[in-house]
Structures are given as C-alpha cells and as structure tokens.
Design a binder for this molecule. Structure first.
Ligand code: KG4
Ligand code: ZN
Length: 345
C-alpha cells in the first residue's frame, strides 16, 4: 500500500498529512496563522515564512505519531514547491528535501494548484478524467480542463484579482475580519442580493476570463455612499460573484469538449451559495457535480500527499533534490496570458 507524507507551506497554513493509495487520510494537522496576520488584513510573507519554520517539523512529528508510522514507512515525501509566497514554499520544500535525503526516499515536488485540482479525486473515488475544474482560491481564479495527472488545459484566468482576494477585500471594506470569505458569506445571509447595483465585469465577453478589480471598487463606493447596509452589500457582492462565475463557466464548458463532471476546488469552493449555483449549472447540462469537503477545499497537506500518490500511480519519476521553489508555476504552461493580465498566475 502506497503511503505518502505531504507538506504544505505556500501561504498561511502550515500543514502535514499522511495519505495512502486507498484514499485514506491516516493523519493530518494544520496550524493556521490567521491570528498573526489578522492585524494586517492580509498575509505578511515574512511573518508567514518564520511561522512555517517554527511549526512544520513538530506538525510532521504529530501526524507520524498519530498514524503510528515512521518516515521509513513512507514511499515518498511530497512537498509543495510552488506557486506561493516564496519564503514559505522554501521552508516546506527544503524540509521535504532534508527528510527525503535523510531517509533515502523519493522527493515529489508538488504544484500547489495540482493539489487543489486533484483533491476532488481524493474525496470521490468515482471521479474520472477528464473533468472541468473551477479553481477559486485567494490567489487564483481559473477554469481548467483536467485530462490527467499533470495534464491540464487552462481556458480562463483572472486578468486582475482572484475571487478569494475580492472576498477578502470586501470583508476589509466592511470591517469584517480576515480571512474574509467565510465572514462575507455569513453576513450575506442577512442581506438582499438585489439591493445594491454592482457590476458583473467581463460578463458577456467571448473569452471566459475573469475580472474582479472593478467589482471590488464598486463595493468600496457602495460602502462609502452610506446608502446601503453592510449585509446588503455583502449579499449583492456575493451574487455578482456568482453571476460572473456562472456566465464565464458556460462559455468555457461550451468550448472545452466533453467532460465527465464539473468540479470546484480551492478555498472559495467552501462557499455554499457558490456551490449551489454550480450544482444547478451542472444539473442543467447533465454533468456530475462534485466539490471536496470544506476541509479539503482550503489549503491542506492531504491534497499535496494525494497529488503525490497520484503521481506515483502513473509512474511519474521523483524530482531531484536541487528542485527550485517556484513563486509562479502555471498548471498549463502553454496557456496564453489573458489580455490585461497583471503579475498573478
Ligand atoms: O485555497 P485557499 O485556502 O488558499 C489559497 O491558496 O489562496 O483559499 C483561501 C481563500 C481566501 O481568500 C478566503 O477568503 C476564501 O478562500 N474563502 C472563501 C470562503 N472560505 C474561504 N470565500 C468565500 N466564501 C467562503 N465560505
Ligand atoms: Zn490554495
């Protein structure tokens, strides 16, 4: 039975997990840095890197002890090697390299986005390639066709902000805490999604790309006008986001060819209003819909270990110990940059 240790440290969660070839998560541990970053309203890279360095090794010891396993029992060490905040990525990757070297185990340098993209298969054994994937997190907003392990076609990306970022900024404008997504969702329950007129950037355009910067600015103006309740702003913002996602996905699904399912992954996939809208879209097209459970949606190490299990299963060779951490690492290297795209992947 394959057993892989996964390490995640690309943003503000330090995480370790042990996952086997039967989709069992033997143990997992996550240390969130929310409290450290909260005063700044966003992740501070230097604080993140230091926190990962303090916490990662004890977390690895914890999951090994919980599962009653040792490093010698593992078939490989899978560590996130990018994309993400480079200081944090280096802490995790170098730790993975050290363990691999000390125990003479293969190192698997995992693309964090591939972790998100394959996580639905960890939760759902019946999910077969190819599938359409909406990847929505704090750093990414993409539509991909997933043909297999390491085989992705990107149809859309954001030309400015990621959707999770837009949720976080909306939360900041409304004076809610960080991370903002869950708090905006909660406040939106008390508001009217039609109360505040907000734009749907790029809706109707031929290519399925996303843009959220204008929506965020409109939220700021609506808040400053003093004409709307915070709950109405939150609900209207969330509705605008849903409308953008659905419009863009329809175009992508029309052009990507046959797929088995529509899948959503990434931190924003935890949003139940977004999930419900996607489920309805999939049902209308006779597509299966799947979203990993919340614990697997936000950053975690089980998805990194699972990506490692998948790589081993298809015979992808291990990575060399001089593998460099990558701040940017697109899943589809052939994808054309979206027009107007800034620095974000
Ligand atoms: O995947 P993730 O944990 O980290 C990244 O790789 O970015 O995603 C975090 C993002 C944050 O922007 C957070 O606000 C958002 O996911 N998020 C949500 C919800 N839960 C987390 N956004 C909307 N609704 C939620 N319930
Ligand atoms: Zn992530």
């Amino acid at each position: 039975m394959t057993l892989v240790l996964g390490i995640e440290s690309s943003c503000d969660e330090t995480a370790a997990a042990l996952v086997d070839g039967e989709r069992r998560i033997l143990a997992q541990a996550i240390a969130s840095q929310e409290a450290e970053h909260a005063p700044y309203g966003g992740v501070v890279p230097e604080i993140a890197a230091r926190a990962h360095a303090e916490r990662l090794v004890p977390l690895i010891e914890t999951v090994l002890a919980e599962a009653g396993k040792s490093l010698a029992d593992c078939d490989a060490i899978a560590a996130t090697a990018g994309p993400g905040l480079i200081g944090g990525v280096m802490v995790g990757l170098v730790t993975g390299k050290a363990l691999a070297m000390a125990e003479d185990k293969p190192l698997l340098a995992i693309n964090h986005l591939e972790g998100h993209a394959l996580s639905p298969r960890l939760a759902d054994a019946s999910l077969e390639f190819p599938y359409a994937l909406l990847l929505v997190s704090g750093g990414h907003c993409q539509i991909l066709r997933v043909d297999g392990v390491g085989r992705f076609r990107r149809l859309a990306t954001t030309i400015d902000d990621a959707l999770g970022e837009a949720f976080d900024k909306t939360a900041k404008i409304l004076g809610l805490g960080y991370p903002g997504g869950p708090q905006v969702e909660k406040l939106a329950l008390e508001g009217d999604p039609k109360a505040v007129p907000l734009p749907r950037p790029l809706v109707g355009s031929g290519e399925p790309h996303f843009s959220f910067a204008g929506l965020k600015s409109a939220v700021l103006r609506a808040h400053e006008s003093g004409e709307h309740s915070d709950a109405d702003i939150a609900a209207s913002f969330q509705q605008a986001a849903v409308d953008c996602l659905i419009d863009r996905l329809k175009i992508a699904l029309d052009t990507m060819g046959d797929v088995n399912a529509l899948v959503v992954a990434g931190g924003v996939a935890a949003n139940s209003v977004i999930r419900a809208a996607l489920e309805q879209l999939a049902a209308g097209r006779q597509l299966a819909f799947t979203a990993p459970p919340q614990k697997l949606c936000t950053d975690n190490a089980a998805m990194i270990a699972w990506a490692g299990v998948e790589r081993l299963a298809v015979g992808i060779p291990p990575d060399p110990l001089d593998f460099s951490a990558r701040p940017r690492w697109p899943l589809d290297p052939e994808a054309e940059p979206a027009r107007g795209a800034g620095v974000k992947a």
